[in-house]
Design a protein around this ligand. Structure first.
Ligand code: SF4
Length: 672
C-alpha cells in the first residue's frame, strides 16, 4: 500500500465535488491545473481568481525538504508548538554528499563530515512525525516520484526542482523553508494565482530524441524567464507516448524557464509507473477519477481560449538538443552544433560526460544509455571522455545493478557516484582539471550556469539527454551527431550507431530500498533532538522580539545597495551552505554581495558611530550590541531569488528594523 494512502483517498473523495463547484463559479470548462488548484483551496471559493494578480491561500497535501534547506525549516518548525507535522512530510539527505572518488568512499566521507547534520535531521524528523531518507537513499525528487507523488495532488518542496512530481500529474512547487514550516505547522500557504501556459505535444518521440529534448526545446522557445508566474500544462496526443519518468524529466526542468510548476494529465503511462512502484492502490483510485485528472475536453478542443499562451511541439520532427553553455535556454539542435562550436569557439573536445541526477536517472534513461554502450563495446570501443553516473535513488541503482546496466556502464569506463546531487549542485571535487582550464562538459542534469557543476568559470557546461551525453562521451566530442556521423570500430571499419532503445520500466520490478528510509515514528515525544551546543553548523533558534508598538526613529543606515540585491547578494551560497542550520554563523555573510552605493565596494558598510568601514555584519553586530536598530536601502527587487528564509532571517537576527527600496520581493517582505 502507498504510504499515506488515507490522505490520498481523502483528496480523491472531495475532488469531484470541489471541481464541479469551481466550474460553476468560473462558468466555463477548466484546465487540469485549475482543477488541482481549486480543489486545494484553504477556503471555499466564491469567485474566480485573477491570474497573475490575486494571492490565494492553499492547502498542500504534503511537504518534502532537502538537507540543505531542511535544517533551518525544521529549526523553525520546532517553535510551532505542534507535536507532529500537520501534513505528511519528509527530509532527504542528498545535497551535502560530495562526489569525488566513487559512491562508497564519497558516502563514507559525507557520513563522517556531516554526521551532526544527519543526526539532527534524523532526530528532529523522528520527534515530529516526519520521514527521513538517509544519505545514499536518493535525491529528493526521484524519491518523491517513486514513493509519494500522485495525480491530482499538491505538494511543496524546499527545492526548485520539486515540479519533477508533475510527471505524475501533481502540482508540485518549489518554495523556501519558511513556506514548508507554514504548511507543516497546519497553516495555509499563499501563492499568487498563476497564469497558464499550454504546451501541445503532437506526434511521437523516436530515434535519438528523448523527453529531455522536449524541455530543451521548450527552454529555447520560452527562455529562462518565459514561464515566470505560470504553470505549464502539457496536453495533446504526444503526451501519451512519453513515459511517466520522461514526463518527470520535462517537469523537473520546467524550473529552468522560471515556471511555478509544470504538469501532465493522468494517463496509462502514469498508472503503469504507479503500479511498478508498488502503488497499485493509487493507480486504481486515479483511474476511477481519470476524468478529473485532466483538463475538460473543451479545453483540449480550443486551448487558446483557456491558456494565456500556447506552444506547440511536433515530436515527430523534434531533434536532439544540446543547451548551453552558461544558460539552459541556449538551445542548439544537435545538427547545428558543428557550426555553433566553430562560431562560438566552444572547445570541441568533451572532457567529461555526466548522466543521472534527479532529472534523468530513470530505468528507461539508463537502459537506453546502456544500449548505446553495448553497441560501442561490441565494436571494441570505450569511453573517450571521463564518464560519471549519478543514480537518482538506491532503488534505481540496485535495479540497474541487478539487470546488468550498471556493469555495462562501468565496463565502458563509467564511474558510479553516490545516489545524491553531487556534480549537479557543485558538490564535485573534480580531479581531471586541476588548473581550471577552459573545457566543455555535457550532462543530463538541468542547470548549467557558470561554475554550477565544478566551480570553474572556464567550464562550458551543456545539458543534453542521457543518450546524447553517453554517445558524446563515447566519441569525446560535443559536435558528434549520431543521426548522421559515423564512427570507426577497433578494426578501422566505419559504422553508424543504431538509435538507443530501452525498457521504460523493469520487467522484474524495482529492487526496493529497505535500509534508506526511516518512517515517521508513531510517538516521538521522548525523542531528543540532537544539537551539540558547541556546534558551528547547527544552532537552536531563539524567538525574535515582537515589535513593541512604538515607532522607530533615529536609526542609522547600515547600507544603501546599488543595483541588484537578490538573495544571493544578501545571503551568499558556496562555502556558506554548511552554516544553513546556524543562524548566528551564517549571518556573517549578510549583504556580503551587495554593492555599497557610496563606496561601490561589495559587502562594506560605514559604522556611523565610529566612522570606520567594516564588513556589513560587523557593523550590524556593533549596532545590535549597543541596542541600536538600523535600516537598509535596497535598489530594485530587493530580496528576490531562492533560499529566501536566510535572506529574511539574517537581518532580523541582526537587529534590522526597516527597509526602503524601489521594489521589494513580496516573499522577503512577508517573511521579514
Ligand atoms: S540533483 Fe540537482 S536538480 Fe536534483 S535536487 Fe539535486 S541539485 Fe537539485
Amino acid at each position: 500500500m502507498a504510504e499515506n494512502f488515507d490522505m490520498i483517498q481523502k483528496v480523491y473523495a472531495g475532488f469531484s465535488e470541489k471541481v464541479s463547484k469551481a466550474r460553476k463559479i468560473l462558468g466555463r470548462p477548466m484546465t487540469y491545473a485549475e482543477k488541482i488548484l481549486y480543489s486545494h483551496l484553504w477556503d471555499v471559493p466564491t469567485t474566480e481568481f485573477k491570474r497573475g494578480v490575486d494571492y490565494v491561500d492553499l492547502a498542500p497535501d504534503r511537504v518534502a525538504m532537502q538537507d540543505a534547506t531542511a535544517q533551518m525549516a525544521l529549526l523553525q518548525f520546532m517553535h510551532s508548538g505542534r507535536k507532529t507535522v500537520a501534513v505528511p512530510s519528509t527530509a532527504h539527505a542528498d545535497h551535502l554528499i560530495q562526489a569525488r572518488d566513487n559512491a562508497k568512499t564519497d558516502l563514507d566521507r559525507a557520513n563522517d563530515e556531516n554526521s551532526e547534520v544527519y543526526d539532527f535531521l534524523e532526530s528532529v524528523t523522528q520527534k515530529y512525525g516526519a520521514g527521513f531518507w538517509k544519505p545514499g537513499a536518493g535525491i529528493i525528487h526521484q524519491v518523491v516520484l517513486e514513493n509519494y507523488a500522485f495525480p491530482g495532488g499538491m505538494m511543496i518542496g524546499t527545492d526548485s526542482h520539486t515540479p519533477n512530481a508533475g510527471g505524475l500529474g501533481m502540482v508540485a512547487i518549489g518554495v523556501g523553508g519558511a513556506d514548508a514550516v507554514d504548511v507543516m505547522a497546519g497553516m495555509a500557504w499563499e501563492l499568487k494565482w498563476p497564469k497558464l501556459i499550454g504546451i501541445k505535444l503532437t506526434g511521437k518521440l523516436s530515434g535519438w530524441t528523448s523527453p529531455k529534448d522536449v524541455i530543451l526545446k521548450v527552454a529555447g522557445e520560452l527562455t529562462v524567464k518565459g514561464g515566470t508566474g505560470a504553470i505549464v500544462e502539457y496536453f495533446g496526443d504526444g503526451t501519451k507516448s512519453i513515459s511517466a519518468t520522461g514526463k518527470g524529466t520535462i517537469c523537473n526542468m520546467g524550473a529552468e524557464i522560471g515556471a511555478t510548476t509544470s504538469l501532465f494529465p493522468f494517463d496509462e503511462k502514469i498508472a503503469a509507473y504507479l503500479m511498478k512502484t508498488k502503488r497499485e492502490d493509487v493507480a486504481e483510485l486515479a483511474t476511477q477519477n481519470a476524468d478529473n485528472l485532466r483538463a475538460d475536453k473543451e479545453v483540449y478542443e480550443t486551448p487558446e481560449k483557456y491558456y494565456d499562451q500556447i506552444l506547440e511541439i511536433n515530436l515527430d520532427t523534434l531533434e536532439p538538443h544540446l543547451n548551453g553553455p552558461f544558460s539552459p535556454d541556449r538551445a542548439w539542435p544537435l545538427s547545428k552544433m558543428k557550426e555553433a562550436a566553430k562560431e562560438n569557439d566552444f572547445p570541441e573536445e568533451l572532457s567529461v560526460g555526466l548522466i543521472g541526477s534527479c532529472t534523468n536517472s530513470s530505468y528507461e534513461d539508463i537502459d537506453r544509455a546502456a544500449s548505446i554502450v553495448r553497441q560501442a563495446m561490441s565494436k571494441g570501443l570505450k569511453a573517450k571522455s571521463e564518464f560519471i553516473i549519478t543514480p537518482g535513488s538506491e532503488q534505481v541503482r540496485a535495479t540497474i545493478e541487478r539487470d546488468g546496466q550498471l556493469k555495462t556502464l562501468t565496463d565502458f569506463g563509467g564511474v558510479v557516484m553516490a545516489n545524491a546531487c553531487g556534480p549537479c549542485i557543485g558538490m564535485w571535487h573534480r580531479m581531471d582539471n586541476p588548473e581550471n582550464k577552459r573545457n566543455s562538459i555535457v550532462n543530463s542534469f538541468n542547470r548549467n550556469f557558470a561554475k554550477r557543476q565544478d566551480g570553474n568559470p572556464n567550464t562550458l557546461a551543456f545539458v543534453a539527454s542521457p543518450e546524447i551525453t553517453t554517445v558524446l562521451t563515447l566519441v569525446g566530442k560535443i559536435t558528434f551527431n549520431p543521426e548522421t556521423d559515423t564512427l570507426k570500430d577497433s578494426d578501422g571499419n566505419y559504422f553508424k550507431l543504431d538509435s538507443p532503445f530501452g525498457d521504460e520500466l523493469p520487467e522484474n520490478g524495482f529492487v526496493p530500498d529497505l535500509k534508506g528510509y526511516l518512517a515517521p515514528s508513531t510517538n516521538g515525544s521522548s525523542v531528543e533532538v540532537k544539537i551539540d551546543p558547541t556546534s558551528d553548523r547547527l544552532q537552536l533558534l531563539e524567538r525574535f522580539d515582537a515589535w513593541d508598538g512604538k515607532d522607530y526613529t533615529d536609526m542609522p543606515l547600515l547600507l544603501k545597495a546599488k543595483g541588484k540585491c537578490t538573495t544571493d547578494h544578501i545571503s551568499m551560497a558556496g562555502p556558506w551552505l554548511k552554516f544553513r542550520g546556524h543562524l548566528d554563523n551564517i549571518s556573517d555573510n549578510f549583504l556580503l554581495g551587495a554593492i555599497n552605493a557610496y563606496t561601490e565596494n561589495p559587502g562594506e558598510a560605514k559604522n556611523l558611530l565610529t566612522n570606520e568601514y567594516k564588513i556589513v555584519q560587523e557593523v550590524a553586530r556593533y549596532y545590535k550590541t549597543n541596542g541600536i536598530g538600523w535600516v537598509v536601502v535596497g535598489d530594485e527587487n530587493y530580496g528576490e531569488g531562492s533560499s529566501r528564509e536566510h535572506a529574511a532571517m539574517e537581518p532580523r537576527f541582526s537587529w534590522w528594523k526597516s527597509n526602503y527600496c524601489k521594489k521589494f520581493c513580496s516573499y522577503s517582505r512577508d517573511k521579514s
